[in-house]
Design a protein around this ligand. Structure first.
Ligand code: 5AD
Ligand code: SF4
Length: 479
């Protein structure tokens, strides 16, 4: 689903680490900004919009904060650990600021709303606080901050999609790019802070999405990942939307959008993330099956395998319903890669509920999972309604069992691929050696193979036979 670098960024960010992007920056700018992003792909994609707005206001990017006039942290609130990491980082920047009083420090993204007064007033850690829907006001806010005032805008919007802003690709490998198709979330899963930090769901103008994907293809990109908190509820009606609908004059569903993007070129791979099990339709599955260039991979977070816990989480499906969805995917798209998100130790979770999660994982045969222990978030429905009553030691032990099981399932999934041949899009050199290429299969598995004896280039498609594997990577040979 992601290019290797972004996957790395994503994985590191999920572990609460930051990633400071390298930006190939022209030297025409008088001032410099440095941006660190935390959290989900959406946040990394937002940083590319911020970079575009900052370029427009005379700030060029740097990967070295020591030469920056402006430092931004694009923050994540999804779990407490992510917030702690950002706080620690801000304290470090406060020290740097003491030595360089002219330096401006800003907090962007999901932590902005909840922590605005704390950051600005109590701790004096930052000069600028901007929420995810207010990036267009950055030029004015920077000017205020340059004038010595504290600058804040954390207003959430019902309309903002940044449809007309052309993102500046940070850290791009020139092959894969993210394209944001919607913002916010209306689902109200009880554990989740996103509906509060990112606001109501809204879909971006379909014509602007297709244009952005076409432009990327024309510039040599060969893979786009359509991004949203809940892509299957994408719905754009041209009459009510902003911008020119082009030839898309009727309401556009996610299935339709996916198909339109796939039709740009058979050489453009299309991925998407994230799907909510309740919303992914047969239409989407059939569109995926119809187009070779729509990758056969679905990230379908289950969160828990217990129907009782799922109900408390307000996921609106049961264990059996989810299993039927897995069956349906395997029926319509044989060989589809499937991954999941799992939370261990949600409020009231018993040993039996936990066993239900393990058995559902076995049933689903996930190729990959992102696994977390429950972290109570202020303001969420779960925090207001339920007691966070599973002891931390129990949460961690259950999480370890989930991780151990996923490791086995990932290894078994890779072993099932031994001897098979896959079409692979080459993304660049392998991490370990410049003698090897790294690419991905349609199912989103990383595959490494030798450059020797072939004339492949980055961005090419090539057929590779799997000869060996580890838990995380396939190894192969060009055939
Ligand atoms: N505690 C632990 N994990 C959470 N997630 C979301 N909120 C929480 C929380 N409060 C996980 C879910 C979601 C993923 C992005 O993060 O699994 O799918
Ligand atoms: Fe959070 Fe649920 Fe929305 Fe995902 S679908 S962002 S978990 S509320």
């Amino acid at each position: 689903m992601l290019d290797v670098l972004t996957q790395k960024i994503h994985d590191e960010a999920r572990q609460g680490e930051a990633y400071a992007p390298f930006i190939n920056d022209p030297t025409q700018y008088k001032k410099r900004f440095y941006i660190e992003s935390y959290g989900c792909q959406m946040n990394f994609s937002d940083s590319e919009i911020v970079a575009s707005i900052l370029n427009g206001t005379g700030y060029g990017a740097t990967r070295n904060y020591e030469e920056a006039d402006l430092v931004f942290l694009n923050t994540c609130s999804i779990r407490e650990k992510a917030e702690q990491t950002v706080r620690k980082r801000l304290t470090e920047f406060r020290k740097i600021k003491q030595a360089r009083p002219g330096l401006l420090v800003g907090v962007l993204g999901c932590m902005a709303e909840r922590l605005k007064s704390k950051f600005l007033e109590e701790e004096q850690l930052v000069d600028i606080v901007v929420g995810p829907d207010a990036y267009r006001s950055l030029p004015a806010l920077i000017e205020e901050a340059e004038g010595g005032q504290k600058a804040v805008n954390v207003l959430l919007s019902r309309e903002e999609t940044y449809a007309d802003i052309s993102p500046v690709r940070l850290n791009s490998n020139g092959v894969s790019a993210f394209v944001s198709i919607m913002r916010g979330c209306n689902n109200m899963c009880t554990f989740c802070v996103v509906p509060f930090t990112r606001g109501r769901e809204r879909s971006r103008d379909a014509a602007s999405i297709i244009k952005e994907c076409k432009d990327l293809f024309d510039r040599g990109y060969r893979e786009v990942t359509l991004l949203g908190q809940n892509v299957d509820s994408y719905y754009f009606t041209p009459e009510t939307g902003n911008g020119e609908p082009g030839n898309l004059s009727e309401a556009v569903t996610f299935a339709r959008l996916l198909e339109e993007v796939a039709k740009i070129s058979p050489l453009l791979r299309v991925r998407f993330s994230t799907s909510h099990p309740k919303d992914i339709t047969d239409d989407v599955l059939h569109v995926m099956a119809r187009h070779n260039n729509i990758c056969k991979y679905i990230h379908l977070p289950v969160q828990s395998g217990s129907s009782r816990i799922l109900q408390m989480m307000n996921r609106t499906y049961t264990r059996e319903w989810y299993m039927a969805k897995i069956d349906r995917i395997r029926e319509i798209i044989p060989g589809c890669g499937i991954s999941s998100d799992i939370i261990s130790g949600f409020c009231t979770e018993t040993e039996e509920d936990h066993q239900d999660t393990l058995s559902l994982m076995e049933y689903s045969r996930y190729d990959l999972s992102y696994m977390f222990f429950y972290s109570e978030r202020p303001g969420t429905l779960a925090q207001r309604r339920y007691k966070d009553d599973v002891p931390e030691s129990v949460k961690k032990r259950r999480l370890q069992e989930v991780v151990d099981l996923q490791n086995r399932l990932s290894r078994e999934s890779n072993e099932r691929d031994l001897g098979k041949t896959f079409e692979v899009l080459i993304e660049g050199d392998s991490k370990k050696s410049g003698e090897d290429w790294m690419g991905r299969t349609s199912q989103n598995k990383v595959i490494v193979f030798s450059k020797q004896g072939n004339t492949c280039q980055k961005g090419n498609y090539v057929h590779v036979q799997v000869t060996d594997c580890t838990k995380a990577t396939l190894l192969g040979e060009v055939v």
